[in-house]
Design a protein around this ligand. Structure first.
Ligand code: 13P
Ligand code: 13P
Ligand code: MG
Ligand code: MG
Length: 369
């Protein structure tokens, strides 16, 4: 059977400040989706969170970009916002940037990642949820899981993976896209996706001779950029990603392995700093040190005819203690730079800044060298 997994996320209010979600808001959102499931619109759902972002993980048979599903997510967030406003949560309704729903949540504030596929005999799926960062934070781990044999032994020892993978990459500045085939075009692709503030990996497809069709996306990341929608800083994008695993695709362990390295990502305080991405459980995803450091939570499911069996809160595992300790060390090191680069983002990547105003104010005081 064909099943769609839609992960739609929004920050509709944090407490205190941008730290975490309030249980009363989550409850209302969950009840909203439960009602839709009862009516048969959803096969199943799980409401997860990471920091101050609520993530709706939904399965259904309506395909990607479905108006009904997007409207359901929007309405659930609107219902949650009513409670968030009553509690005067910080940034209540923060990511709902438009007044009324207009057919698709894309371009309205919430982030979206969706995959439609023929459910296999066994279908392990991982949902990654990040806070205090942007979609470029997925570039390094997604590259490594699907293209780096030092991360993914299957690329070397599983014949079904020998054909490599294709990466759809979005240029978020020019609004264009390109597909790179690995391993053949690996170096060229890295030249682009290394610039993670501009080029972001959107989807990954199997290469030839995989057990999964070359046409079926197996990984999808939400690439929605809030500041581009709003035209100003309203909060970080805090992206989500979905990865299907095993049998010609990276195993669960291979898809998780890149997160054992707390790589530097953009976001953190006021969305304007570089910091290490710390893998943690939902419970631990309360970014408080200078509103950080940035977090990633992973929920693991098995699909059974669209039913979400799970989740397993993956990064609860003690084997990520070492990564968390390392992330804390790196966070401490980066913090010591205060307002200096590379802790603070370079001027062109700053979303929250009074630099243009300062430049205007001091313009007349500059003289030619
Ligand atoms: P099992 O032998 O436990 O099924 O594991 C196979 C595998 O893919 C491990 O990554
Ligand atoms: P969020 O994007 O998670 O709302 O965080 C915003 C912020 O400015 C944190 O300092
Ligand atoms: Mg927030
Ligand atoms: Mg957030």
């Amino acid at each position: 059977m064909k099943v769609t997994i839609s992960v739609i996320k929004a920050d509709i209010g944090g407490y205190p400040g941008h730290e975490t979600v309030h249980p009363d808001v989550v409850k209302v959102v969950r009840e909203y989706l439960a009602e839709a499931k009862k009516k048969g619109m959803l096969i199943d759902f799980f409401v997860g969170w990471c920091g101050d972002d609520i993530n709706l993980i939904m399965t259904h048979a309506k395909g990607v970009d479905n108006k009904e599903i997007h409207k359901l997510a929007w309405d659930a967030f609107v219902a949650g916002t009513v409670v968030a406003k009553k509690l005067k949560l910080y940034g209540a309704g923060q990511d709902l940037l438009k007044d009324a729903f207009s057919g698709n949540v894309r371009g309205m504030g919430p982030g979206v990642a969706e995959l439609e596929f023929e459910e296999r005999g066994s279908e392990p799926v991982l949902v990654f949820m990040m806070d205090k960062t942007d979609p470029g934070a997925f570039n390094l781990p997604v590259y490594r899981m699907f293209a780096d044999p030092f991360n993914t032994p299957g690329l070397v020892i599983d014949p079904a993976m020998a054909g490599g993978f294709s990466f759809e990459v979005f240029d978020t500045i020019e609004g264009r896209k390109i597909t790179f085939k690995t391993p053949e075009e690996m170096y060229a692709m890295l030249a682009f996706v290394g610039s993670r503030s501009r080029y972001v990996i959107k989807r990954v497809f199997p290469g030839p001779n995989n057990k999964v069709s070359e046409k079926e996306a197996i990984c999808c990341v939400s690439t929605d950029k809030l500041s581009q929608v709003a035209g100003t800083y309203v909060g970080k994008d805090d992206p989500v990603g979905i990865v299907r695993c095993q049998s010609g695709l990276p195993s669960v362990g291979e898809a998780l392995e890149p997160f054992s390295f707390p790589h530097l990502v953009s976001g953190w305080m006021r969305g304007s700093h570089q910091g290490p991405l710390m893998p943690c459980s939902m419970e631990q995803a309360i970014p408080t040190r200078l509103d950080g450091p940035p977090r990633v939570v992973c929920l693991g499911f098995q699909l059974a005819n669209g039913t979400l069996v799970g989740p397993v809160d993956i990064f609860k595992d003690v084997s990520y203690d070492y990564t968390r300790a390392k992330a804390n060390k790196v966070a401490e090191y980066m913090r010591r730079h205060g307002p200096f680069e590379p802790h603070r983002l370079p001027e062109e990547d700053l979303e929250y800044t009074n630099l243009p105003k300062l430049q205007e104010r001091f313009k007349s005081r500059f003289s030619k060298i």
